[in-house]
Design a protein around this ligand. Sequence first.
Ligand SMILES: Cc1ncc(COP(=O)(O)O)c(C=O)c1O
Length: 439
Amino acid sequence: MTAPSVTPSTGKSATTSTGTSTGTSTALTAPAGVGPLLHPFARPAARPDEFVTIVRGQGAHVWDDQGRRYIDGLASLWYCAAGHGRGEIADAVAGQMRELASFHLFEKFTNPVADAVAARIAGLAPMADARVFLTNGGSESVDAAIKITRFAHALAGQPERTIIISRSPSYHGVTMGGTTLTGLDPNREAFGPLVGDIVRVDKDDLAAVETVMTQNPGRVAAVIAEPVVGAGGLYPPAPGYLEGLRRLCDTHGAHLIFDEVITGFGRLGEWFGSLHFGVQPDLVTFAKAVTSGYQPLGGVIMAPTVHGALAARPETVLRTGGTYAGHPAACAAALANLDILEREGLPARAPEIGARLATGLRAVAARHSLPDVRGAGAMWAVGLPGDLAAPAVRDRMLGEGAIVRPIGLATLAFCPPLMIDLADVDALVAALGKALDAA
Ligand SMILES: Cc1ncc(COP(=O)(O)O)c(C=O)c1O
């Protein structure tokens, strides 16, 4: 490894269509026929007929506007743990909206559902005496975690601890902080200067983490890691890696942040990935399955090692947080969703679903000479050989009534709702087999 040096992170400079010193500009126009909706992580030039219009969901299934049924093999976007069409969550949200649709949490105010959700999450958290900061989703949670770790160190008398170490590959969202942390080069290109004091190292390389820490004594605020890399390619950690991160953070006085936006709330069989791997972080970012996506909600869970510093002086103000943090409708959805996950024992189903997926995917991989099957809990992926493009295989699987997610060209990810029955798991695997037969 080459020792990373700490410099402000910059993106590659963007090509711009506005005039610069020459005063010229290039008028670029969209092709005819594109719709008004610009889709995230999609080609702006895509025409409306290139999209699948999803109109309904029930259980592990969704339907398009042509009446075709699909098995939701990625729990929408890794989040729908409880499955679709849960009237209980819809009722909880509607009831809350009638009682108190919204009121903010800034400074002086609170609401009962935000208090209840924080207490519930603190009770499930992988650390004792946790406190919970609420946001509207994963990216905001990641940015909040960056601010909170730096602020907590500053309050503890170490304002020079500003470096955050992240890994490649990884995915930490789309805010400027999350974009800078994310270890996927294409996601950072063309967006101009990014956030400073963020250093990326290879994902399982403990020595690289140690090098950054020893070369920057007293400067590292935190290491951030997904317990299992999700949208960055789906990679479980090397044995001992997460424990090694904990040890290095303890030795060098840094916080350990687990980004559990995908692994939180049952995906690996325990409420949090940190519990699954038996490694205790100082901060946990969460979103997605906390509401199973029925409402947007995310947050940051903190151990006393972090929130102790925030609250130590009565005059300290935490000057961050969004207008909709602790939105009552989102919190009501979370409480109803957590009731379902708990009552139906859905986290405990993850190993069973994962084992069935892994067995099926390995059989398909053997038949089609796929290079790799990898995963943990109920999140799995197959690696594809160079002559098979993942988006094309995904498209064929859509034709077989199964939705999975391509990651780059060489990976297909599977992460179904935790209430899926095993026959549907088998059908997902069969759809992959048929798609590969056709390819
Ligand atoms: C680990 C991780 N962190 C952060 C995010 C960003 O979350 P959001 O899309 O809700 O902003 C994601 C989204 O997939 C994620 O997987």
